[in-house]
Design a protein around this ligand. Structure first.
Ligand SMILES: [Zn+2]
Length: 158
C-alpha cells in the first residue's frame, strides 16, 4: 500500500492517548477524549501573541519570528531560530539555534543550545524521564503555568 505517508502517529496533548491522523489534518477531534486538538506543525515567521499555542506537532520559530505566549505545548518538539517568550513550555526535544532567544520555563526530554543562543529566564526541567511522560501533566497547563512562573529561585527577596 502507498498510504504510509498520508498518515502519521500523534499523541493527544489533552489525554495523552496516541492515535493516527491524516498527515494533512490541522484540527481534529481526539477519538479518545473528544476534545478538539491541533495536530499541525506551527511555523512562526512574524510576531505572534497568544494565550496558548498547543499542537501535537512541532513548532518552528523562524529567524525573524517572535512567539509570545502564556503556555506553549508542542508534543513533537520546538525549534527556535528567532525569539520565544513564554511563561511555561512543555514539549518534545528543544533546539535553540545560534541567535535564538529563549525566555520561559521548560519541561522537555532534551534540549540542544547552540553557542550564540540566549536563555534569558526560566526554570528548566530536562531529562529522558520526560520522554514518555512529557505529556503527563498537560491536561492542566494553566495551573502549571502558575507554578512555573513563580520567580522565587531567581531573587531571594524582592
Ligand atoms: Zn485526547
Amino acid at each position: 500500500m502507498f498510504t504510509i505517508r498520508s498518515q502519521r502517529s500523534v499523541r493527544c496533548y489533552r489525554c495523552q492517548a496516541p492515535f493516527v491522523a491524516s498527515a494533512r489534518a490541522i484540527v481534529l477531534t481526539c477519538p479518545h477524549c473528544y476534545q478538539r486538538v491541533h495536530i499541525e506543525d506551527v511555523i512562526v515567521r512574524g510576531n505572534h501573541h497568544a494565550n496558548s499555542v498547543e499542537t501535537c506537532g512541532k513548532i518552528l520559530v523562524a529567524p525573524r519570528g517572535w512567539l509570545m505566549a502564556g503556555v506553549v505545548i508542542a508534543a513533537g518538539g520546538i525549534e527556535v531560530l528567532g525569539r520565544l517568550h513564554a511563561k511555561y513550555v512543555q514539549s518534545g526535544p528543544v533546539f535553540l539555534a545560534a541567535g535564538a532567544t529563549w525566555r520561559g520555563s521548560l519541561l522537555a526530554p532534551s534540549i540542544v543550545i547552540e553557542p550564540g543562543a540566549s536563555v534569558e529566564d526560566g526554570l528548566f526541567d530536562i531529562g529522558p524521564r520526560h520522554e514518555a511522560g512529557a505529556l503527563m501533566k498537560i491536561a492542566k497547563p494553566a495551573q502549571l503555568a502558575d507554578i512555573a512562573s513563580t520567580p522565587n529561585r531567581k531573587s531571594a527577596v524582592a
